[in-house]
Design a protein around this ligand. Structure first.
Ligand SMILES: [Zn+2]
Length: 375
């Protein structure tokens, strides 16, 4: 069943599963990856947080002395977008070194490389710390799959983590956190000609937006991540111009840097907006940051140096990853974001990935597992 396939062929296989999210429907792709892992001797569990929304966890090896190395990626993709593709997004068309498809860079190439690295070491992992492969559903648009996995007992433990999101095989030592919420304001409806009889919810929301615009985080810039940011991205309210609106809401997106306490930040914002604001937090993931001077990160840098031609410097990603959720379970595990895709192509029309980089990343992941498990 497993046959001999290289990383490009496996990426192409994964591209053929339409896992565009929404609606997601990762089950068939997840079962395919899980069957491969089982065929190579992994112990495999599936977890569905909703119908067809399947994540896979595969384990091999394991010892009491040291926790396994986690390699993780997501199997859903974003939508195709409104612009027409010049390539088939689901067949894995090749052109020179480019392999095209939705999710090629973000991040089925990364998942394929993780799987093939796992295959390469599977037979040697007995009695070693081993690896845990976590392939998630529903990363795009909120990391819902990993959020649910973090609440289950399926994840076990991990001593370090590699997130295969697109970095052109450059190891990144973290990324910003995210705190997203809606704030709802209520008023009293009245006829637009008699506003004195009502209470205008839009006025309340507008005042809140003004306060947020001048909000100061009061934190020192992070040496690598820079400063936290806030954006009010949505404003809704009112049902007709001739009515006093009795409801209005705003959507707020905050990107935090390492060391910030989300609970403390949220309580400051609640104080600022006052009791009339009803806050509904729908995404809360801490920043991910691993000290680049740490022993394991230094070894990761050393392993990547051979492929990159230069020793990496500490850098972080602009985007979010599942690590924000997985680290709720794998607390304290040093984490790097490192994968074969091109970050700038993620979510683009005619997305592609370099086939050379996919093969490179299999070698890097295998080297990382060899290092972790002293193979
Ligand atoms: Zn991604």
């Amino acid at each position: 069943m497993t046959g001999d396939r290289d990383a490009v062929a496996l990426t192409r296989e994964l591209l053929r599963f339409d896992t565009v999210n929404p609606p997601g429907q990762e089950r068939a792709c997840a079962r395919h990856a899980g069957a491969l892992l089982e065929g190579w001797g992994f112990r495999v569990d599936y977890h569905e947080y909703a119908e067809g929304r399947t994540s896979v966890v595969g384990r091999a090896g394991g010892s009491d002395a040291k926790a396994p190395l986690c390699l993780t990626g997501h199997i859903d993709t974003v939508a195709l977008g409104t612009a027409a593709w010049t390539r088939d997004p689901f067949s894995g068309e090749a052109d020179g070194d480019r392999l095209y498809g939705r999710g090629s860079s973000d991040m089925k190439a990364g998942v394929a490389a993780i799987l093939l690295a796992a295959k390469g070491v599977a037979a040697k992992l007995a009695g070693t710390p081993g690896v845990v492969i976590v392939l998630t559903a529903a990363e795009e648009g909120g990391c819902i799959g990993s959020q649910h996995l973090a609440r289950t007992q399926l994840l076990g433990r991990a001593g370090a983590m590699v997130v295969g999101e697109p970095t052109s095989n450059y190891p990144l030592v973290g990324h910003k956190g995210s705190l997203k919420f809606h704030a709802r304001f209520r008023g009293v409806s009245a006829h637009g000609s008699m506003p004195e009889l009502g209470v205008n919810a839009i006025y309340k929301a507008a005042k809140a937006v003004s306060k947020l615009e001048s909000f100061e985080f009061g934190v020192k810039p992070h040496a690598v991540m820079g400063v936290p940011t806030m954006n009010v991205g949505t404003f809704e309210g009112g049902q007709g111009v001739n009515m006093v609106p009795d409801e209005a809401s705003i959507g707020v997106d905050i990107r935090t840097v390492a060391g910030m306490d989300h609970a403390a930040l949220l309580s400051r914002l609640k104080n600022l907006l006052g009791r009339e604001a009803e806050l509904d937090v729908f995404s809360d993931m801490n920043a991910v940051w691993t000290e680049p001077g740490g022993e394991w990160v230094q070894r990761v840098f050393e392993i990547c140096r051979g492929q990159l031609g230069a020793r990496p410097e500490p850098r972080t990603a602009t985007y979010n990853t599942d690590a924000g959720n997985l680290l709720k379970v794998y607390a304290g595990a040093p984490t790097v974001v490192l994968g074969p895709g091109e970050a700038k192509l993620a979510h683009q029309t005619d997305e592609y990935v370099s086939m050379e980089r996919i093969r490179q990343s299999v070698a890097i992941y295998e080297a990382l597992i060899h290092d972790w498990c002293s193979l």
